[in-house]
Design a protein. Structure first.
Length: 459
């Protein structure tokens, strides 16, 4: 297993970097402690405060159906969390319903229509708005056993409608750049200063790596960057240029000129050979971490969410992997944001609403649950819980958590709102990105089309 450490690389210091050394041995996190900038709402001002003179779940009984998606690692952690909960509350039993992500939303839609959703389930931001408007979720504010006092307004932003709270973030994530430090060294490229680099710098550095003519251990070509143009990069770009893709009222905020620049960068990366050609990027867009160019030792840079870092580095033994902040449109410090990885929600038709609320509360507020899950679903956005849990984390989880604390402490952005859409956001972006990469249209024409499609897709 790899060994993680915080690293400052001489004059080219990585401002918020995380380094995975290929050396053997135990874990050692070389990171200073830091406090969160996401202050909790005071009891006096918090409309969602729940008085907890005694544990309100001690005498609750019932059964709870709980569904989530994820691989075998998350499944094992989730089963352990359930066991801890049932040991504490022996009168409540949890029936696990792990499910693959493929088809997950389709099944939820059918169940929502039929009125038989699972009691508690995981949902992502893209689906949350539809479930809220469909009136199938329980309001967790007020009389619920779910304590929301540790979450600030930004953390709950996407789940609040008219003073009601319909879901709670499972954790927070931020977009990051994975960097293969060995490839940069072999190419003679200095590690960029991620506190100041721009997208123009990123294009230049990626092209330099590709031009070095390197190959991995199997003789396969090494690129500067694996792929570019996914929905995460698009939302980050829009956040930098226009303060988000959509405003809180659901109107399109991402300007057509910024869309054109984004698609233009995608084209420039291919034209400079900084990224693979269009057909290879199209293939890579659907592969898992083990098949990514980063895992194969074939790219110096790769975009990922912070909560995906551990999943990617699981397949990079023998490679020194670092983590950097994404570049800025200009060299000013702006545009970085932390967003929920996913949410826990409760059905308003749960067979035992009290038991369901107790289990959901345990998932988002219990240090025991957080210490078991680590950062698998991101760093806790419950500020009180994060202050307890982060110092106790070890190894991979500890370093990612501290990295996220650095981002949170420097984050002055507003939350990025995603309204209910009539079409899949990722698909809309992918269609136009691919049309530009394959040379079927210009960035300007594709930008006009994507901008129109985004505006028309708003429900």
């Amino acid at each position: 297993m790899a060994k993680w450490m915080r690293s400052l690389l001489g004059a080219a210091a990585i401002g918020a970097a995380l380094l995975v050394s290929a050396c053997g041995g135990g874990y050692r996190a070389m990171l200073p402690g830091s406090s969160s900038s996401m202050a909790s709402i005071s009891d006096d001002d918090d409309p969602f405060r729940v008085d907890r003179i005694a544990d309100p779940c001690a005498d609750v009984s019932g059964e709870v159906d709980f569904r989530w998606w994820g691989g075998h690692i998350r499944g094992a952690l989730q089963e352990e969390t359930i066991a801890v909960f049932e040991a504490r509350y022996p009168n409540i039993s949890v029936r696990a319903q792990p499910a693959p992500l493929d088809g997950y939303w389709d099944k939820l839609q059918i169940e929502a229509t039929a009125g038989n959703l699972p009691d508690v389930f995981v949902v992502n931001e893209a689906w949350l708005a539809a479930l809220i408007s469909g009136g199938v979720l329980a309001d967790l504010a007020g009389g619920s056993a779910v304590d929301l006092t540790g979450f600030d307004d930004d953390a709950l932003f996407s789940a609040v409608r008219g003073g009601s709270v319909y879901a709670v973030p499972a954790g927070g994530k931020a977009p990051v750049v994975l960097v293969n430090l060995d490839i940069l060294a072999e190419a003679g490229v200095v590690v960029p200063d991620d506190t100041a680099w721009t997208w123009a710098d990123f294009l230049e550095v990626s092209a330099l790596v590709s031009a070095a003519g390197l190959a991995n251990g199997h003789g396969e070509r090494v690129y500067g960057l694996s792929t570019f143009g996914a929905v995460a990069e698009a939302r980050f770009w829009a956040h930098q240029s226009d303060g988000g893709m959509f405003d809180p009222s659901g109107e399109l905020r991402w300007s057509e000129s910024s869309v054109r620049e984004f698609l233009g960068l995608a084209r420039d990366l291919v034209d400079s050979a900084a990224t693979p050609v269009a057909n290879l990027q199209q293939e890579l867009a659907t592969v898992g971490p083990a098949e990514s160019l980063m895992a194969q030792g074939r790219s110096a840079f790769q975009f990922a969410w912070s909560n995906q870092v551990i999943g990617v580095t699981e397949f990079t033994d023998g490679i020194n992997i670092g983590v950097l902040r994404l570049p800025n449109i200009s060299n000013s410090d702006g545009g970085y944001w932390v967003t929920p990885t996913m949410f826990f929600a409760q059905s308003n038709s749960a067979s035992s609403p009290a038991a369901a609320a107790c289990f959901l509360d345990f998932l988002v507020n219990s240090p025991d649950a957080a210490l078991v899950m680590g950062v698998d679903r991101g760093v806790p956005l419950n500020s009180e819980l994060r202050a307890i849990v982060v110092p106790e984390l070890e190894g991979d989880s500890a370093v990612v958590a501290h990295f996220m604390d650095e981002i949170l402490n420097s984050n002055n952005s507003q939350p990025d709102y995603l309204p209910e859409l009539n079409d899949d956001l990722g698909r809309m972006i992918a269609v136009q990105v691919e049309s530009v990469l394959f040379g079927l249209t210009t960035p300007g024409a594709a930008a006009a089309s994507l901008h129109s499609n985004l505006r028309d897709s708003i429900s």
